[in-house]
Ligand binder design. Structure first.
Ligand code: AHQ
Length: 234
């Protein structure tokens, strides 16, 4: 990589290159999931562990808001907290994930009490929240750019659930349906902010390291889930 300031096209290409090699769509657990090879126990374990991630996303986003002095950025970013926590008349993503749990025969209490959360998942999620609390807010926003790669994964996952995991009540899949569009909107917004505010060679390289860090967060979550619940061989 050069030492000077990248133009936006180069910067975007360098951000996308990280996802191309390190995003968790390539993790063996997700590959097994999308090929229909997961047992009900493994899927329930994944849903229960991912709930810990989902309910910490608005905490992470509120940390970014608290660090960000730019009103025009906060006006956009606050929508992410509402998308997950919900608001009057809008259930939100956390509620939708609880419904996914119900559809997998997991009770609200089992999810809310973190009954099945693996140590490695807790460590990775807490590291992500701590990153948002302690890093410069443009880098915390850049770390969310793994969502550039999420819409395709969401669509593949939805198709796999509908094809292979018919024991899960279809209404439980609403979360993934809405994420396809939300992730696209989220990443468009996060990319625009990253391009505008990561505007020195140092901040651009730090943004690359931020998305690499976030890929490690997602990958290590699946390592822990994979270790705990395994995946049947082919
Ligand atoms: O459901 C996901 C979600 O709400 C978010 C928020 C965003 C962020 O702020 O880091 N990232 C993210 C992601 C969600 N789902 C993951 C999946 O594979 O289901 C993907 C993940 C991401 O790509 O960062």
């Amino acid at each position: 990589m050069t030492t000077g300031l990248w133009d936006h096209e180069t910067f975007i290409a360098n951000l996308r290159e990280v996802g191309g090699r390190a995003y968790h769509d390539k993790h063996p657990f997700h590959v097994a999931m999308n090929e229909g090879r997961l047992s009900p126990e493994a899927l329930r374990g994944w849903v229960a562990n991912r709930f810990y991630y989902q309910r910490n996303i608005p905490v992470k986003d509120a940390a970014i808001l608290s660090n960000c002095p730019q009103r025009e950025v906060r006006r956009v970013w606050i929508q992410r907290v509402i998308d997950h926590d919900g608001s009057l008349g809008n259930e939100g993503g956390i509620e939708a994930w609880l419904r996914l749990g119900e559809a997998c025969e997991l009770s609200h209490d089992e999810l809310i009490q973190d009954r099945y959360v693996q140590p490695g998942v807790r460590f990775a999620v807490d590291a992500y929240v701590n990153f948002a609390r302690t890093q410069p807010w443009p880098l915390a926003i850049a770390s969310s750019l793994t969502e550039l790669f999420a819409p395709d994964l969401m669509a593949a996952r939805l198709a796999a659930f509908e094809k292979f995991y018919t024991w899960i009540e279809r209404a439980g899949l609403d979360y993934f349906r809405r994420r396809v569009t939300q992730a696209r909107r989220d990443s468009d917004e996060a990319l625009a902010v990253t391009l505008e505010y990561c505007n020195t060679p140092e901040l651009q390289r730090d943004a690359i390291r931020a998305i690499e860090f976030k890929c490690d967060v997602l990958w290590s979550m699946l390592d822990s889930i994979h270790h705990a619940y395994g995946t049947p061989n082919r």
